[in-house]
Ligand binder design. Structure first.
Ligand code: PMV
Length: 339
C-alpha cells in the first residue's frame, strides 16, 4: 500500500462515507504565519507534530476554492487549467478522494489565491483548509471543526491552523491515531497588532518542509533542545497574547524562529533557507530596535521575513522597508471563514 492508500484507510476508519453531493460548494480559508513553529513530525504518515504550534491568520490573504459537479475532473489554479499529471492536480484529487471514495461524481475544482505570488508566502496551508471546508459542504458531511482541522493536516500540517481567523493553536495530541491533534482558536482579539511581509524571494523552496523536517530530526544535534525551547516559547507567546504585550510576543516569536533555523543550520547537509538579503533585513530590524522602534521578525522555511509591530512603529518600518505589505488581522470586516 502506498502513503495515499494508507492515509485513506486511516481516514475511512472514522469518517462515514458521503451519501451524495451538491451541485457546487465554495469556501475561503486564510493563510497563517506561525509565531511558535511546527518543526518535526512524530508520525510522518499521519502528519502528526512533535511540538505544539501557534499562528496568526492573515485575514483576507488566503485561498478561495469552488467545487462544481462536472462532466470530468479538472483543476484550475488562479484561472489556469492544470494538466492531470501536474503535482498540484494530483494532490488536490488525492485529498478529494478521501471524501469521494466510490461516489460516481466528477468535480471541477477552481482555486484562487489572494496571496500575491511575489509575497513568497506558502499557499498550501490556506489551500488545503479551503479544500476541506469546500469538501465538507460539497459532500454534505457536517463535520465539526476539530475533525476538519485534523483532516486538513493530511494535506499540509500548517493547514490544520488555517480554518480560522485570529490566533490559532495546534496541539500535539496524545493518541497514536492522531485524531486528538487539531487546532483551536484563541478567543482573543489584538486590534493593534500589525504583520508586515518583507518579500525577499518568491521562488519555490528547493527542500520542502517535510524533507527539511526529516533531515533536521535525523541529523541535527540541536533537535532535542528545540522541542524543549518550542514548549517554553509557546507558553511565553500565550502569555504575551493574553497580556497584549508586543515586546514579550516579539521576543518569544523571534527567538522561536531563530532556534528553529539553528536546528536547520546544524543539520547535515546543512539547511539554509536564507538569502544574503534575508540577513540584511534581519540586521535592519535589529538596527530599528536599537533605535527604539518596537519591531520583531519571524521567518518560516523560506527567505522572507514577517514583521510584528504596532501602529507607533509603522512609519519607521515603511521607510526602512518600502516594499512591505502590511496586514492588520483583527482590524477588518467580518470574515469569510466560518470558524
Ligand atoms: O505545513 P508544512 O508541512 O508546510 O510545515 C510548515 C513549517 C513551517 O512553516 C516552517 C512552520 C509552521 O508552523 O508553519
Amino acid at each position: 500500500m502506498n502513503t495515499q492508500q494508507r492515509r485513506a484507510q486511516h481516514i475511512n476508519a472514522i469518517l462515514p462515507p458521503a451519501q451524495g453531493w451538491q451541485n457546487d460548494a465554495s469556501a475561503f480559508a486564510p493563510s497563517n504565519i506561525a509565531l511558535c513553529k511546527y518543526w518535526g513530525k512524530r508520525d510522518a504518515l499521519l502528519n502528526l507534530p512533535l511540538n505544539a504550534s501557534l499562528s496568526i491568520s492573515l485575514g483576507d490573504l488566503g485561498t478561495h476554492t469552488q467545487l462544481t459537479a462536472a462532466a470530468a475532473d479538472s483543476v484550475s489554479l488562479n484561472g489556469q487549467q492544470l494538466g492531470s499529471d501536474s503535482r498540484f492536480y494530483q494532490k488536490v484529487f488525492d485529498f478529494i478522494d478521501y471524501f469521494r471514495r466510490d461516489l460516481p461524481v466528477k468535480i471541477a475544482v477552481a482555486t484562487t489565491n489572494t496571496i500575491p505570488t511575489a509575497a513568497g508566502l506558502a499557499s498550501s496551508a490556506s489551500g488545503f483548509a479551503a479544500l476541506v471546508l469546500a469538501c465538507n459542504d460539497f459532500f454534505d458531511l457536517n463535520l465539526d471543526h476539530a475533525t476538519l482541522s485534523a483532516l486538513a493536516r493530511f494535506g499540509s500540517g500548517s493547514a490544520a491552523r488555517s480554518l480560522a481567523h485570529g490566533f490559532v493553536q495546534w496541539d500535539i495530541g496524545t493518541r497514536a491515531d492522531g485524531w486528538d491533534s487539531f487546532a483551536h482558536v484563541l478567543p482573543i482579539r489584538w486590534e493593534a497588532l500589525h504583520i508586515g511581509i518583507v518579500a525577499i524571494d518568491s521562488h519555490r523552496k528547493k527542500i520542502n518542509s517535510t524533507e527539511g523536517m526529516t533531515r533536521t530530526l535525523a541529523t541535527s544535534t540541536l533537535f532535542q533542545k528545540w522541542q524543549q525551547v518550542a514548549a517554553a516559547d509557546l507558553k511565553r507567546i500565550r502569555q504575551a497574547i493574553e497580556a497584549q504585550d508586543l515586546t514579550a510576543l516579539g521576543t518569544a516569536a523571534e527567538h522561536n524562529a531563530m532556534t528553529m533555523h539553528a536546528t536547520m543550520l546544524s543539520a547535515w547537509p546543512p539547511l539554509c533557507y536564507w538569502q544574503p538579503t534575508t540577513l540584511l533585513a534581519m540586521q535592519q530590524v535589529w538596527q530599528l530596535r536599537e533605535a527604539g522602534v518596537a519591531v520583531y521578525f519571524t521567518i518560516d522555511a523560506g527567505a522572507n521575513l514577517k514583521l510584528l509591530f504596532e501602529p507607533a512603529a509603522r512609519d519607521a518600518i515603511v521607510s526602512t522597508f518600502p516594499q512591505i505589505q502590511i496586514i492588520t488581522p483583527f482590524n477588518r470586516e467580518p470574515n469569510h471563514a466560518r470558524y
